[in-house]
Design a protein around this ligand. Structure first.
Ligand SMILES: Cc1cc2nc3c(=O)[nH]c(=O)nc-3n(C[C@H](O)[C@H](O)[C@H](O)COP(=O)(O)OP(=O)(O)OC[C@H]3O[C@@H](n4cnc5c(N)ncnc54)[C@H](O)[C@@H]3O)c2cc1C
Length: 508
């Protein structure tokens, strides 16, 4: 157990959890599972789930805060899902695409450049050959000092120009030169020249993953349903709509916005680390710690959901948009994930065809000081983007029967070049004061910031505190798969961990 300041020697230390998103829920669930009772969790919102909450709009469409697809890497997470969800889930085939230059390119982009116009295809291929033969002007990827250099080194200038740079700027809203390359994996071989040539010359489509490409999704209630189901096992151990205003690190005292207070011995927090250090912590906090945390960068995001009264025109799951004729970087046919995402469920006939009167599109646009977005125009700009990229036919906007918007101030934790140095300074200091900052913005590591990772960060920190088991997730460095996704070397299930692809041979 951590050193405590408990006033009752016989009582177990008081553990307080701030934030009832996946991180806090994972921690609380594990504490309960281990039979620990002296803990309580708080959240400012009236619901569990944090960024993984789902909303139902007045028309009856269900919305997630951005497309949430489960790519579990953990048996524990999968078992937790199965325990809480039972059979209440759907199984979906992933079908992801890139929309660019007025055409559809199967994802991953770099495997399918044959779908581009000939000139662009040539530029991508010749750039790749130059980069990987060492004849270009770019460095070897091992020498790349940042994500921008890494893109050029691995993919060459054609793929960088047509896809990697524009797409990544749309997602991250930060110049790639500000970002590190660690988040994508230290050892790399994203696509080799031979495979690219083969696909182009022989006209092959290459989806980059094997048969194991299905993902689970809650049957009703969207992504958030899974997290709402923690309410029952955690009954009595959480309070919602209670906002933490300050934390006195010396007195180990939390003050809430309602004026109430609570003492803790150990604190687990999923608050954004910069907010925690800058605004919330009081008492003896070194200026160097506050200053370091304030250098962490993030992007914000506008989620725009459009509910249409029309049969769904596509079987696609989600799509990526590198081009500048649309504001969004990703659009999801959310209604394809479950029949119950729309006001009326669709039905499926014997031939597997879906019949339904509604469908929904969820569009994500990032923003930052480098990429300002006019929030007052985001719905109209999104609809125009859908029209110019061909997702909405002329006149189809008249079928929009619901519009839902959500602004996430903290959407993506930017993996900046100095991020790891900042974390190496701030996290140990917090821990020396009994504060364990974990989660998407608590740990700020995008590479371990999905729902499975964050839930497990909560689980693992409890295992460390109670049983001295070292944490694994927060220190994970992934290799990457042949379609550019991260692959873990630790366990993953064959199903909920859907979408996990073959790990490419490590080069160089
Ligand atoms: C656009 C987008 C797309 C995503 N897509 C995927 C995906 O496809 N697959 C996937 O697995 N994951 C996805 N994620 C990630 C997923 O949402 C996160 O992993 C997860 O929600 C993070 O959990 P967390 O508990 O660390 O943080 P959060 O969910 O942010 O929870 C933190 C909690 O702290 C609370 N809090 C903050 N301040 C205070 C305060 N002062 N007092 C009290 N409470 C406070 C908040 O209300 C919140 O509930 C996506 C996220 C985004 C934003």
């Amino acid at each position: 157990m951590p050193t405590t300041h408990n006033t009752h020697p016989a009582a177990p230390p008081r553990i307080v959890i701030i934030g009832a998103g996946p991180t806090g829920l994972g921690a609380a669930y594990r504490l309960k599972e281990l039979g620990y009772t002296n803990f309580h969790m708080y959240d400012r919102h009236p619901y569990l789930g944090g960024l993984s909450h789902s909303f139902v709009d007045p028309v009856g469409f269900t919305w997630d805060i951005g497309g949430h697809v489960m790519f579990s890497h953990y048996d524990y997470y999968d078992k937790c899902f199965d325990t809480l969800m039972g059979n209440d889930y759907t199984l979906n085939d992933r079908e992801s695409w890139v929309r660019m230059m007025g055409r559809w390119v199967p994802y991953p982009f770099q495997n399918n450049i044959r779908h581009l116009p000939p000139q662009a295809c040539y530029e991508c291929l010749s750039g790749l050959i130059r980069a990987q033969s060492g004849r270009g002007t770019t460095k070897h990827h091992s020498e790349a000092a940042n994500f921008g250099e890494f893109i050029d080194a691995v993919f060459g200038e054609g793929i960088a120009k047509h896809f990697m740079r524009p797409y990544n700027f749309k997602v991250w809203a930060h110049p790639p030169e500000m970002m590190n390359k660690q988040w994508i994996g230290e050892r790399v071989a994203v696509i080799d020249v031979e495979r690219a040539l083969k696909n182009v010359v022989l006209g092959l489509d290459d989806f980059g993953w094997g048969p194991n490409n299905r993902f689970k999704f809650p049957l009703k209630g969207g992504t958030g349903e899974f997290y709402h189901r923690f309410a029952k096992p955690l009954a009595g151990h959480f309070t919602l709509q209670r906002t933490v205003k300050s934390i006195d690190v010396d007195a180990k005292l939390i003050t809430f916005a309602d004026g109430g207070t609570e003492r803790y011995d150990t604190l687990i927090t999923a608050l954004p680390l910069d907010v925690l250090c800058r605004d919330i912590l009081k008492g003896e906090v070194p200026a160097t710690i506050r200053d370091a945390a304030c250098r962490l960068r993030h992007s914000s995001g506008y989620m725009v959901g459009l509910g249409l009264k029309r049969p769904c025109p596509s079987t696609k799951s989600w799509m990526y948009f590198p081009d500048s004729d649309s504001p969004f970087y990703r659009v999801t046919y959310l209604s394809n994930y479950s029949p119950f995402m729309t006001p009326e469920p669709y039905t499926t006939d014997a031939a597997g065809r879906r019949n339904g009167r509604f469908y929904s599109l969820l569009c994500e646009t990032s923003c930052s000081e480098f990429k300002p977005v006019d929030g007052s125009r985001i719905v109209e700009d999104t609809i125009r983007g859908l029209e110019s990229s061909g997702l909405l036919e002329p006149g189809e906007r008249d079928d929009i029967v619901s519009t839902w918007t959500y602004y996430a101030d903290y959407s993506y934790p930017t993996p900046t070049v100095d991020r790891d140095a900042i974390l190496a300074q701030v996290i140990p200091w917090l821990e020396s004061r009994g504060i364990y900052s974990r989660g998407r913005f608590g740990m700020w590591k995008y590479e371990v910031a999905n729902t499975d990772h964050t839930l497990m960060q909560g689980v693992e920190v409890v295992d460390r505190l109670l049983n001295n088991v070292p944490e694994r997730t927060i220190g994970l460095v992934y290799t990457i798969t042949d379609d550019g996704r991260q692959a873990a070397t630790h366990e993953r299930s064959s199903l909920a961990g859907s979408g996990e692809k073959r790990v490419v041979e490590v080069k160089g």
